[in-house]
Design a protein around this ligand. Sequence first.
Ligand SMILES: Cc1cc2nc3c(=O)[nH]c(=O)nc-3n(C[C@H](O)[C@H](O)[C@H](O)COP(=O)(O)O)c2cc1C
Length: 165
Amino acid sequence: MPARSPIDSRALRQALGCFPTGVTIVTAPAGDGAFVGLTVNSFNSLSLDPPLILWSLATRSSSRRAFESAGHFAVNVLADDQVALSQRFSSQRPDKFDDLVVHAGLGGAPLIEGCSAHIECRTQSAQVEGDHVLFIGRVERVRSSGRPPLVFVGGRYRGLGAELG
Ligand SMILES: Cc1cc2nc3c(=O)[nH]c(=O)nc-3n(C[C@H](O)[C@H](O)[C@H](O)COP(=O)(O)O)c2cc1C
């Protein structure tokens, strides 16, 4: 039996929620022209040379097998007018891509229109750590649109505040 963590999970969530993040939808092809995608804020930069990024996926995710076998994924960095998309892709609904305009990215990973940025990656590694699979991606193509990004903090969506420095 693994030792129980002395950290209270509510306190952990609250503390982690004090750290503002952007909001992304990570997508991949799922075979037969289908796609998988989910809202992700565990995305972060890892290395500039070579260009590497990371994100983590809950081991219980219905998309886990597709992400592990896809070979490529795309990080769609959401703009501040895309809250509805974030809500759609953080749900369990099977029709997340219905009526959505997407473009084919590298390796067949779909790119969503209207985002702040697209970061297209080849999967470098995927390893289980705790209750998540840690994905590391080698960046193969990037594009930024200049649209202001969506922010997530304290469990709520925000826009960028005033510049302070
Ligand atoms: C702002 C936000 C960030 C999230 N970040 C992650 C994340 O980094 N990893 C993850 O596995 N789930 C994350 N989730 C939860 C998933 O989006 C959600 O569980 C989704 O239904 C999973 O899709 P699936 O059914 O395809 O696994 C996040 C949800 C929200 C609202």
